[in-house]
Ligand binder design. Structure first.
Ligand SMILES: [Ca+2]
Ligand SMILES: [Ca+2]
Ligand SMILES: [Ca+2]
Ligand SMILES: [Ca+2]
Length: 407
């Protein structure tokens, strides 16, 4: 579906004048009636120039009736993304295009009119997919206490969509809204372990504007309770804030984070009262060379949680085992290269059902498949293997595109 994008004549005149310092009297917006489309509506015309009689809607239409295959130009003046389908009933497989909200005077045009149904959504992926991603996991033989928010022994994923909503996916391909908006104000989401002492897994988030760290207690059902302040300020000076599990061995979950200015790795031990205790240095420098951390849980089988870290320069994935002295032991290679083609590493706990923690990843445009680069939005899964390494990559699902962040 080819389309041409136009800007209103008045807007173009305005741009020209700004550069030449001329004054105008009036710039009549030519013949285009794109300006006539009221705010809150999607409008269409049978002409390619947004002129003539105007059709409009502000709700989903499974069948455009007499306007079926008649719209040659349109403007979207709703606050939503308009999905324009070539088939009736919002069937995406025949082709569709997604139009973001336009400013007054803009319009787009088609040489061939093919639109047969229109739906309004919050995020582009919802033109053809659920708002949340498809996630399956097998029940773990024992309660791992890591990765499972609702106590059913299945590893769960939290997803923030591009509209700032938060979704809980319990591992049966369903999804449930657990945060109705505002989550785009957070620039870190990390989950694992229990910070409140109720044995239910919690979520930690950093607020971009303030550098505050917030604790969202898990309710044990996949939902989140009222947030509590975990760190009053300063957290914007840290990178890769990672909920880690209990490294100190006191039964409380801990956080780790890299200090941007020094590359030092710090441990923030969980303390009673849903707080963090005094931080301890566990890596004196060089951690700025890592561009992703994943708190994996215990992959080595010694009861201590372990860390995966991705090396930026080489794309290697390293295992740093947690030790009995609340430090990290000698590292071991897990992945010899190519890991920079992953946009997100998601430590989910055990999704394969063998009791060993596994790793999920979502690809970016660097992924090469069959010699061709550019396959963002694949869910690639890796089953954990004895010793803390991973079995080979499994391309599990191709529709993890158009989402914001995962925890
Ligand atoms: Ca679960
Ligand atoms: Ca908790
Ligand atoms: Ca601890
Ligand atoms: Ca371990």
């Amino acid at each position: 579906m080819r389309k041409r994008f136009n800007r209103g004549i008045a807007a173009l005149v305005g741009l020209t004048l700004a550069g030449t310092a001329l004054t105008v009297t009036t710039a009549a917006p030519a013949a285009a009636s794109s300006y006539d489309c009221p705010s809150g509506y999607f409008c269409g015309w049978a002409s390619e120039s947004a002129t003539g009689s105007m059709w409009k809607t502000n709700k989903n239409l499974a069948d455009l009736g007499s306007w079926d295959n008649k719209i040659h130009s349109y403007v979207n003046r709703t606050q939503s993304i308009a999905c324009m389908y070539e088939d009736k009933n919002y069937v995406p497989w025949g082709g569709y295009s997604a139009q973001e909200p336009n400013t007054p005077g803009e319009w787009a045009s088609y040489p061939v009119a093919t639109t047969s149904s229109i739906k309004f959504v919050r995020t582009e992926r919802e033109c053809s997919q659920p708002a949340y991603p498809s996630w399956y996991s097998e029940p773990s033989p024992t309660a791992a206490g890591f990765g499972d928010m609702n106590g059913d022994r299945r590893a769960d994923v939290l997803t923030r969509d591009l509209a700032g909503r938060l979704w809980f996916t319990p591992g049966d391909d369903t999804g449930r809204l657990i945060g109705s908006g505002g989550w785009n104000a957070m620039n870190t989401l990390t989950r694992h372990g229990d910070f409140t002492g109720d044995r239910r897994e919690d979520l930690v988030a950093r607020e971009k504007a303030t550098g505050k760290l917030w604790l969202y207690p898990g309710t044990g059902t996949g939902s989140l309770g009222s947030r509590r302040l975990l760190g009053a300020s300063g957290w914007n000076s840290m990178n890769h804030i990672t909920a880690y599990g209990d490294l100190t061995g006191d039964g409380r979950s801990d956080l780790i984070a890299v200090q941007k200015s020094t590359g030092a790795l710090w441990l923030y031990p969980g303390a009673s009262g849903s707080r963090l205790g005094a931080r301890k240095l566990i890596g004196s420098g060089g951690w700025n060379g890592m561009n992703a951390l994943a708190g994996m849980g215990d992959v080595t089988g010694d009861g201590r949680p372990d860390l995966y870290a991705r090396e930026k320069a080489t794309g290697k994935l390293w295992l740093y085992p947690g030790t009995s002295t609340a430090r990290l032991g000698a590292r071991k290679l897990v992945g010899s290269g190519g890991w920079n083609s992953m946009e997100h590493l998601i430590a989910v706990g055990d999704f394969s059902g063998d009791g060993r923690p596994d790793l999920a990843a979502v690809t970016n445009e660097n992924l090469v498949i069959d010699g061709y680069q550019g396959h963002p939005g694949w869910l690639v899964t890796y089953r954990g293997r004895a010793g803390g390494t991973l079995y080979g990559a499994q391309r599990t699902h191709g529709e993890w595109w158009g989402l914001g962040d995962f925890a």
